[in-house]
Write a protein of this length. Sequence first.
Length: 360
Amino acid sequence: MPAARPTRLLAACTSTLLVAGLAAASPAAAADSVSYDFESPSQKLPFMAINGFGRVLVGPAPGGKAGQAARVNIPNDGRSFKSELVIKGLDEGSHRFGFANYLPADWQERDLDTIVAQWFSTQDDGGGIKPVVALSVHGGNWQLKVHWMTGGEIQEAVIPLGAARPGRWNRWTFDIAWSVPGRPGSITIVRDGVTVGSHQGANNYHRGDPPHFRIGAYRPNWRPEKGPEKRVGASEAVLFIDDIVITSTTAGSRPEVRATGPGGDASPSQSPTLTPGPPTGSPTSSPPAPAVDVPAGSDSAPGEAAHEVRTGATAHGSGRTAVIGGVVGGAAILACGALVLLRRRNAKGSPRGAHHRART
């Protein structure tokens, strides 16, 4: 009977450790939060989704802002239309998305959308579909488009968010609770500490993957298949992004919105000149990705992800893998220790062990 105690101890400790570790590694228990401030050379950037010859580089922040920021550009070369950072790994729960962006003082106003942040749901059939939520600058104003599906048809709501104000930093906060079948969702938009818009109701397609976050620059009307006429007279798209913070939230326990100073406190400035070089944690340059055929009028292409240039690290996958690896390793060490203890006790209680002690 005493010899069975180490065996029971082994089983109990190993089971406890595995259950606790796997619970910590599960998406429900994960912090589901991520941040990027572009200040540390050791911080890897998220994936880059680039179509054409666009780039994302890290360098001095413009507009009187201290520190570093990411400079995003899309050249008007006939094939480039997207340069975005992609953050996946978020669940379908509620989140707060915070970030800052800056349109240079020489920003060119055009009556076509430049999407600067979007929440995109990859569909099971791989078909092209509009982002579920998209923040864009249209003409001289900000606007938010929200999409959902009714009877197989995409519905759209357009929410005006005020003047774009080039040459000034904007600090955005989006509190988003995704809708599910039978339960409406909600979106609250805060800019520079002031609520500028909201949406209640469906805000998701209720199919495919949970919406993931993309931030940068995307001009749907610059897709090569849409023809050159919408590029005539247009300059390249250049903007800056910084201070990305994504936090998992639940209803009734959202972080307080802290009022910040107006985004226009800094004096207007032109686009600063950046020395070509590698962005933090990224390759020196982004090789071109081939254009993708897509039905006219669509904002996204079937199978587009396979053609995007992607570099960097995922937001959460590596952390969860490390947790699981640590749990399995700890369990293995515990099992080996208990096995050694069991063998020693069995050896002491065996006749062979007693004979050996008597001879010595």
